[in-house]
Design a protein around this ligand. Structure first.
Ligand code: FAD
Length: 442
């Protein structure tokens, strides 16, 4: 219920921020040619969409909990494209209203024109960077800081464009609205980039142990700073399945990576992260010593059983995508949950199947069916082989009526998530019952 309310409130707030300048302009009786009016409306809409685009990925917990990180970033990307289209339309309408306005694109144009042109170029850079993102995979941090710098430049230059234009801000209502939009953007960005890293309560933890799970996966166990049962530093409160950004240094420039809390969400439990050492940062985590400090920014996300009511869960996990499922199952076992649950785990080889012993234990505590699927099994494997396809799902799921009452959680590499989502659509599982998380934000 609270989750639905939060979604409603955020949708209304974003809609209001997006449309307020345009509605105010439409309500005014300022005369102007059709092209001029269209140029103003597209410019205003581009500006408010730009502010919303910048605010969305600012890690506001109630926002990421309401829509999930994939949902928030999906809207962020869509709005980014909308801003680019609106800016192009704005320029076209400005020139259509008076062809001599093309001179505003020159380097010797007035300051407002130069700011607008520079903002458009920076926006073009952002779009190019977004398109090239997957080609620059191994340079994620460089990509991220370039993205942040260009986005900051677009915001500042767009603000200067409007301010130096000195036309719209003559109107008191519009001026007030611009101040509110600027305050919204500055407030949220200052909270994201300055206040929370510097003063965020309870964000510092100590490593208690790093436990190897297999050759490539370890579990990092944390404890609140101040001791195992510290009262001055609260332990992390989260819903099972949520994640946090983890840093090894307090500084803002330090690398931050998202990881799901794999531990149960019950009070007093130390937060644990089960991590596959796939790159430089995750390999560093494996070498952490007990007592090393780490900083968490979380919890975030809506990939959790706690925000919805279902008669049972079907969890489908690829590789280390089992972490949110473990958090949910551990928490449900602690709560004495009696509903029937199914867990389908996909791995390359049997050695890569995680938490097998604990899952056997959980099967005794919960009404849980575990189905293991291997992609490259050795001779002698008698379980499922290959993909999570219609044949496998038909063998694991109940009949059409009962399977539509279940909630489906899918997590893992993008290719697995996409193919499972396609199979669930094929089975006509209602879309609101299907939840997914990809371990890849970009
Ligand atoms: C919501 C979420 C939850 C996750 N939970 C887990 C988990 O429980 N266990 C686990 O092992 N992995 C998890 N991941 C994946 C994990 O964040 C990446 O594997 C890790 O960031 C890779 O960092 P690296 O430098 O070691 O590897 P690299 O080889 O440098 O990066 C591999 C890829 O990871 C992504 N990535 C890198 N840095 C970041 C960053 N700072 N922010 C976002 N994405 C980044 C990029 O797509 C990059 O191309 C999760 C990811 C997300 C989005």
């Amino acid at each position: 219920m609270r989750h639905q309310l939060a979604r409603g409130v955020w949708s209304a707030a974003l809609g209001a921020a997006l449309l307020a300048p345009v509605l105010l302009r439409l309500g005014s009786d300022e005369p102007g040619s059709l092209w001029m009016e269209l140029s103003v409306l597209t410019g205003l809409l581009a500006l408010s969409a730009l502010v919303c685009t910048a605010v969305l990925p600012s890690r506001l917990r109630s926002l990421t909990s309401a829509f999930g990180i994939d949902g928030v970033l999906g809207v962020h990307r869509c709005l980014g494209v909308v801003v680019a289209i609106l800016v192009l339309a704005h320029i076209a309408f400005v020139v259509a209203s008076n062809p001599a306005n093309v001179a505003l694109l020159d380097t010797d144009a007035p300051a407002s024109g130069r700011a607008g042109t520079a903002a458009t170029l920076a926006l073009g850079g952002l779009v190019a960077l977004a398109v090239l993102r997957h080609r620059l995979r191994h340079r994620y941090e460089v990509w991220r800081w370039l993205h942040v710098a260009l986005a900051g430049a677009v915001l500042v230059l767009s603000g200067l464009h409007v301010f130096w234009l000195n036309h719209l801000i003559q109107d008191l209502g519009m001026r007030t609205l611009f101040v509110l939009l600027a305050a919204l953007a500055l407030g949220v960005l200052a909270y994201r980039w300055a206040w929370r890293p510097a003063f965020g309560r309870g964000s510092e933890y100590l490593v208690r142990e790093v436990r190897p799970e297999n050759d490539t996966v370890s579990t990092v166990v944390l404890q609140a700073r101040g001791g195992r049962h510290a009262v001055d530093s609260p332990s992390l409160e989260f819903a099972p399945g949520q994640f946090a950004w983890l840093r090894l240094d307090r500084s803002l420039a330090a690398q931050e990576h998202p990881f799901t809390m794999a531990s149960g969400a019950h009070a007093g439990h130390s937060p644990e992260f089960t991590i596959r050492h796939s790159g430089d940062f995750t390999s560093t985590l494996r070498r952490l010593r007990p007592g090393s400090p780490v900083w968490l920014d979380g919890p975030h996300g809506s990939f959790t059983v706690d925000f919805r009511a279902a008669t049972g869960l079907v969890m489908i996990a690829g590789g280390v995508g089992i972490t949110p499922m473990m958090s949910m199952l551990r928490t449900l076992a602690h709560r004495g949950d009696r509903r029937p649950h199914r867990l389908i785990v996909v791995a390359g080889m049997v050695e890569e199947l995680l938490f097998r012993a604990e899952l056997a234990q959980l099967r005794r505590q919960l009404d849980l069916t575990v189905v293991e699927v291997l992609r490259r099994p050795l001779p002698g494997w008698s379980g499922f082989v290959g993909e999570v396809d219609a044949r496998l799902l038909a063998a694991v799921l109940p009949g059409p009526f009962r399977r539509n009452q279940l909630d489906y959680f899918v997590c893992g590499p993008p290719a697995l998530v996409d193919s499972v989502l396609a199979e669930l659509t094929e089975l006509a599982i209602p879309a609101p019952r299907v939840h997914c998380e990809q371990f890849d934000l970009v």
